[in-house]
Design a binder for this molecule. Structure first.
Ligand SMILES: NCCCC[C@H](NC(=O)[C@@H](N)CCCCN)C(=O)O
Length: 452
């Protein structure tokens, strides 16, 4: 009798190995994004950055994804050219951008290394160091967002019908572990200033090792494709049509989720970029201590997001989870702004919110958009979300500079934090609108995800 051929993705060990491999690529992506949060003060001292310069640096990540629509285009390239070619190109951009950023922060560059003269020749209000680091952050962002989409597609390829929701939850967990490591390790390596560039180089080299991990994955991917081609005829991909785009954009709950996505994430990711400095300034923590408090947020979410995902799969209540998460974000920021409550407590609550909303929000899309258009729907969500991830860090820096004239090393963050609270409030409004719309038109957002 002929033996039934087992494909690589039929082996649980192989699937989990793939998850760890691509999870690592995601971890180094998040590591680099957050590696600068605990270094903010040192960047201000070393390179004479203003708070606005720092905000500009954080926000440059999102420029290609928002203004050049790269999150949408990257998704389309992925559908057209496949995982290996697209993934390699975008993870390469990510590594290139990270290395360029580290080069911009290096002593070799500051001493007149290649490109220094060119960067010094225009926009004299911005230092050549800042300009090179901005260019690096731009390329890093260009690669990083699309590579998150690539990782999602890889998980669908290996896990569809085999614990996909859990794999997605763990994927977010890998990202959070990267943030956790960045907040813990970066300030220790920088050692209060003398090793600032080492901390930045370490982050860049980690991203480079992510590229190597992705190349290893490419070998497995090619092998799986060969096995699948032998047994299954490949379906022609559905052509993109603008009519479909119109259908997605006229879907009210989708619009509410997109608006919640931008407001909610803008109240969290940019806050993390400022949180260590905020804790240092308001509570007198050292860089290392404030990195540790902030790191409670990602480490908690690394465990809670898969757990909440599991609960929502079974029991539903996605819209309610989004309302609760938004309410917590609002409460946490008001606590930060107006009280001296130990930051450990609000950070833990923020961690709960940061697990509830993502666990409910991203999978809800399957209730609103047909499977073949999920990529486009996520692309739109990412682009709009990046508008917030671009504007809010910059706005936070501007508010800080305006409310702290003379750029003192210890800044008053009250107005900046109130701006984050305002985002929480608007997010709460969108989550309520989502629930009312769902109640009125029965989209099924509150139903368990495991029920079709
Ligand atoms: N299936 C979608 C998962 C998205 C996870 C989400 N990440 C993002 O929204 C990114 N577009 C932005 C990441 C910026 C910081 N690294 C998350 O919750 O992390």
């Amino acid at each position: 009798m002929e033996k039934v051929r087992r494909a690589l993705n039929d082996s649980p060990a192989m699937r989990w190995a793939v998850l760890v491999l691509v999870g690592f690529v995601l971890s180094v992506n998040y590591y680099f994004y957050d590696a600068f949060s605990t270094l903010k003060d040192l960047l201000l001292k070393e390179f004479n950055f203003t708070n606005t310069d720092y905000g500009l640096f954080v926000s440059f990540y999102s420029i290609p994804n928002t203004f050049l629509l790269m999150a949408v285009i990257g998704g389309a390239i992925l559908d057209r050219f496949g995982i290996r070619r697209t993934g390699f190109m975008f993870v390469f951009f990510m590594a290139f951008g990270a290395l360029l950023t580290a080069y911009g922060a290096s002593d070799y560059y500051s001493a007149g290394g290649p490109g220094y003269g060119l960067m010094a020749s225009f926009l004299p209000n911005y230092s050549p160091e800042l300009k090179m680091m901005l260019l690096g952050r731009f390329f890093f962002g260009l690669g990083a967002e699309t590579s998150i989409v690539v990782v999602s597609k890889i998980l669908v390829k290996w896990f569809k019908g085999k614990n996909l929701a859990l794999a997605f939850g763990l994927k977010v967990g890998f990202g959070r572990l990267g943030t956790f490591a960045a907040l813990q390790v970066s300030p220790v390596v920088a050692g209060g200033g003398p090793n600032l560039t080492t901390a930045v180089w370490l982050a860049a080299i980690l991203v480079l090792s992510g590229l190597l991990a992705f190349m290893v994955y490419m070998l497995l991917d090619a092998k799986l494709d060969k096995q699948v081609a032998l047994t299954t005829p490949t379906a022609a991909p559905e052509k993109f049509s603008f009519k479909d785009l119109g259908v997605i954009l006229s879907n009210r709950p989708f619009i509410y989720i997109v608006l919640l996505c931008v407001t909610f994430y803008s109240a969290v990711f940019p806050f993390v970029s400022y949180a260590p400095d905020f804790f240092a300034d308001k509570f007198g923590f050292t860089d290392v201590q404030s990195g540790r408090v902030t790191s409670l947020l990602p480490i908690g979410t690394a465990f809670f997001t898969p757990l909440f995902g599991f609960i929502i799969d079974r029991y539903g209540k996605s819209a309610t989870a989004m309302i609760l998460g938004s309410l917590i974000v609002l409460g946490v920021h008001l606590t930060f702004a107006y009280t001296m409550v130990s930051p450990y407590i609000p950070v833990i609550f923020l961690g709960i919110a940061f697990s509830l909303v993502p666990a409910a929000m991203w999978p809800s899309m399957v209730k609103l958009v047909k499977d073949s258009r999920i990529g486009t729907a996520y692309g739109i969500m990412y682009s709009v979300q990046n508008l917030g991830l671009w504007g809010i860090p910059l706005l936070a820096g501007i508010i800080l500079d305006k409310t702290n004239p003379g750029n003192p090393l210890v800044a008053d963050y009250t107005m900046t934090i109130l701006m984050f609270a305002g985002l929480g409030l608007v997010g709460l409004l969108f989550s309520l609108l989502l629930k009312f719309e769902d109640k009125k038109k029965a989209f099924g957002i509150e139903l368990p995800l495991n029920k079709k």
